[in-house]
Design a protein around this ligand. Structure first.
Ligand SMILES: CC(C)(COP(=O)(O)OP(=O)(O)OC[C@H]1O[C@@H](n2cnc3c(N)ncnc32)[C@H](O)[C@@H]1OP(=O)(O)O)[C@@H](O)C(=O)NCCC(=O)NCCS
Length: 155
């Protein structure tokens, strides 16, 4: 899918798909570590990263500096599981998460997927609700913290 660019008072935003194991991908792993793992006292298992080779990797840059990333993992039912959504602490709350989710939805539509689903951290549930995602099922624990199953059917 084509990269997305926009201009704001903060500068130039660029969202694009990047290749697994590229230098850009390694930067996103470092960001995910800072935002998602270290605060929980956890580390990445290198074998987990190998399993991501078939996923779509999305990165967002503000003025050429990495500001956010996420992964889209295809399932076997024309759906994508959105994983590892991370915005750098200094950029949180500035619309980057929302722009990456919108980009992912467009990617899904253009590539024949009809649903995005995720295991959302409890603290991020209102973020996804604001983007039209619904909660399904009961709360559960993952990486030591409460999560909810959430999904959106794309039209
Ligand atoms: C959750 C996260 C991805 C959201 O991205 P972001 O760039 O900070 O969010 P945005 O600025 O795009 O916010 C979009 C909207 O959601 C709201 N929002 C963002 N995070 C929220 C939260 N945790 N709770 C409630 N509302 C939230 C914003 O206020 C904004 O509302 P508006 O459109 O009415 O102004 C990001 O804050 C983050 O990386 N958090 C830490 C890691 C994490 O929790 N990842 C998700 C794992 S499931």
């Amino acid at each position: 899918m084509k990269p997305f660019t926009s201009q704001s008072s903060k500068g130039t935003l660029l969202i694009k798909c990047i290749k697994h194991n590229s230098a850009e991908y390694k930067d996103t792993v470092a960001l995910r570590d800072v935002v998602l793992r270290k605060p929980l006292g956890l580390d990445f298992d290198p074998s987990d990263l190998d399993k991501e080779s078939n996923s779509i990797h999305v990165a967002c840059y503000l003025n050429d500096a990495l500001a956010g990333c996420l992964i889209l993992q295809p399932d076997d039912q024309r759906g994508l599981k959105m994983r590892q959504v991370a915005v750098s602490p200094e950029c949180q709350g500035t619309g980057i998460g929302k722009a990456m989710v919108r980009y992912s939805e467009q990617y899904a539509r253009e590539n024949g997927y009809n649903k995005i689903h995720m295991h959302a951290r409890d603290t991020a549930v209102p973020f996804y609700v604001g983007l039209g995602y619904s909660i399904e099922g009961e709360p559960f624990e993952e990486v030591t913290i409460p999560h909810r199953h959430m999904f959106k059917v794309l039209v």
